[in-house]
Design a protein around this ligand. Structure first.
Ligand SMILES: NC(=O)c1ccc[n+]([C@@H]2O[C@H](COP(=O)([O-])OP(=O)(O)OC[C@H]3O[C@@H](n4cnc5c(N)ncnc54)[C@H](O)[C@@H]3O)[C@@H](O)[C@H]2O)c1
Ligand SMILES: [Fe+2]
Length: 372
């Protein structure tokens, strides 16, 4: 599990600009590249402040919804017109759609022609990613997730052609994120790091980013929830999200995300909340298989714990300390759907096959019942 000589490849945008004020460099980069027709993909919150990009007149698709589905993707592709560069401006939802628009616009292809690994055509348009939440790390990655309403499953598409040419991570853009979204997206970033760190695919090259990301969340998430204007905390979380994104590429998540997905696809819970609700349970379930790493995770979060029950209690307390209600029942999830959710989650083999322990459908159902 920890062989340092194991082969690994990391891919990342050739240019990453990080820090308060870096957004100001966007217009110069666009001009330098010779792009004349930018197309911005944004959620309504960011669409309303598109002037912050400093690009003047641009074509805009400003109706990205949280946890976007196929319809939302088709609308965005149709709006792209004759764009020569796509700019994702928002959270993971906007950035994931921007990735797909950048490879689908101007082709007759649909999502199902390119979904899965390495099927997307070479990109003819430029791609810039500008995150405005500190969570998904989608700005550094090659993956996009879109829900197919027919199956209620998240379809993952992954291609090097969906990697941005430029990522601008300006923490000042996250100051307006409300406390509960800050908490949920911060837990998502942490979950990317935690799950990669304890994955059967874990690698020392990625472990360093993972542990650093968890420490940053332990140090700064509560501060940012309590005071959104705390720029040092916002920057720490933006960095944690970036590190989480680095973890996602070559290692990716495991049971936490797999068990959380049905909460989003079946019951529309925001991705971060879903992860927070499940995270203490999968961390505890995996504790015996990865004792040292679990100890390091709890310590990095500032809640040292050992043993299944103590780990679950400590991780739950960490999330509750961020103001999150940690009962599944509080989010309108019907108890009778728990078995269907367990069936859906258990089928997500692309993630569960890398979990440090094998989780049966019955064990996943037991996690839902405890979380309920
Ligand atoms: N590509 C990947 O590797 C990857 C990884 C994890 C998650 N995801 C996907 O990303 C999506 C979730 O992304 P997310 O958690 O960033 O949430 P999101 O993009 O859905 O945004 C959440 C909410 O916050 C609002 N918002 C965004 N920025 C804001 C700001 N600066 N101020 C105020 N409000 C703001 C949005 O309008 C939205 O209502 C899911 O679809 C998930 O599956 C992708
Ligand atoms: Fe995630």
């Amino acid at each position: 599990m920890q062989a340092i000589d194991k082969a690994i490849e990391i891919q990342r945008p050739p240019v990453v600009r990080f820090g308060v004020g870096t957004l100001d460099s966007l217009a110069g980069w666009i001009a330098q590249q010779g792009y004349r027709a930018p197309f911005v993909v944004a959620d309504p919150v960011n669409a309303a402040r598109i002037d912050r990009l400093g690009l003047g007149e641009v074509t805009l698709f400003g109706e990205v919804v949280p946890e976007p589905d196929l319809t939302n993707l088709s609308q965005a592709v149709a709006a792209a017109g004759a764009a020569d560069v796509v700019i994702g401006f928002g959270g993971g939802s906007a950035m994931d759609l921007a990735k797909l628009v950048a490879v689908l616009a101007g082709t007759d292809l649909g999502l199902h022609d390119i979904s899965g690994p390495n099927r997307a055509p070479a990109r003819k348009l430029g791609l810039v990613q500008i995150p405005t939440t500190a969570g998904t790390g989608s700005e550094v990655g090659t993956r996009a997730l879109v829900t197919d309403p027919a199956t209620m499953a998240k379809v993952a598409t992954e291609s090097v052609h969906m990697l941005a040419d430029l990522a601008i991570i300006d923490p000042a853009l996250t100051v307006s994120v409300p406390p509960h979204v800050t908490a949920a997206t911060g837990v998502d970033a942490m979950a990317h790091c935690v799950e990669a760190y304890t994955s059967r695919r874990a690698h020392p090259l990625i472990d360093a980013y993972a542990l650093q990301g968890i420490e940053l969340v332990g140090k700064y998430l509560r501060r940012a929830v309590e005071n959104g204007e705390d720029l040092e905390a916002r920057a720490g979380l933006a960095l944690a999200a970036f590190y989480g994104g680095v973890c996602l590429g070559p290692v990716n998540t495991t049971s936490g995300h797999a068990v959380a997905y049905p909460l989003g696809t079946r019951h529309k819970l925001p991705h971060g909340i879903a992860n927070a609700l499940i995270f203490p349970h999968t961390l505890a379930a995996n504790a015996a298989a990865a004792p040292e790493k679990t100890r390091a995770i709890c310590a990095a979060l500032g809640c040292p714990a050992e043993g299944v029950d103590a780990v679950r209690a400590a991780a739950t307390a960490f999330c509750e300390g961020l103001g999150l209600d940690m009962r599944l029942s509080a989010y309108g999830v019907p108890e009778e759907d728990l078995p269907n959710m367990a069936r859906d989650a258990h089928a997500i083999r692309r993630l569960l096959d890398w979990n440090p322990i094998d989780l049966s459908e019955a064990e996943i159902l037991a996690i839902y019942r405890t979380a309920f």
